[in-house]
Design a protein around this ligand. Structure first.
Ligand SMILES: [Zn+2]
Length: 116
């Protein structure tokens, strides 16, 4: 199997490389930090990374999906917490109802379409 690689540039001196390649007849997934000491030099692999059997790719993807959806939920919660009634300024919490895209202020009864 040919080596498959994706590179994520972090800045001019640092990269993450995600590689699937064959090692001793087995496919391995390698996620590794590469760096170079000057912007014109070659990138060098560091010890920072993981190297696992390619069988774990499915588990990796599932775990990443779970983590990212939890990050998104946490961001939504934070955005919700900062919502205020545009009419009376009542903060979200006991003072508001959310129904789909509509928010209702329980303090003044104002309804409006909110965006996170
Ligand atoms: Zn209000």
């Amino acid at each position: 199997m040919k080596k498959i690689q994706e590179t994520i540039d972090l800045n001019s001196l640092n990269q993450l490389r995600i590689t699937v390649s064959e090692f001793q007849g087995k496919q391995r997934l390698d996620i590794r930090h590469f760096f170079r000491t000057d912007p014109t030099g070659e990138f060098v692999a560091t010890k920072k990374g993981v190297n696992v059997s390619v069988d774990l790719i499915g588990k990796f993807r599932k775990a990443l999906d779970k983590v990212f959806s939890r990050v998104e939920m946490a961001e939504d919660d934070e955005a919700m917490a900062s919502l205020k009634c545009p009419k009376c300024g009542e903060p979200f919490g006991d003072g508001m109802n959310i129904d789909g895209e509509m928010a209702k202020c329980l303090a003044c009864g104002h309804r409006w379409e909110y965006e996170l």
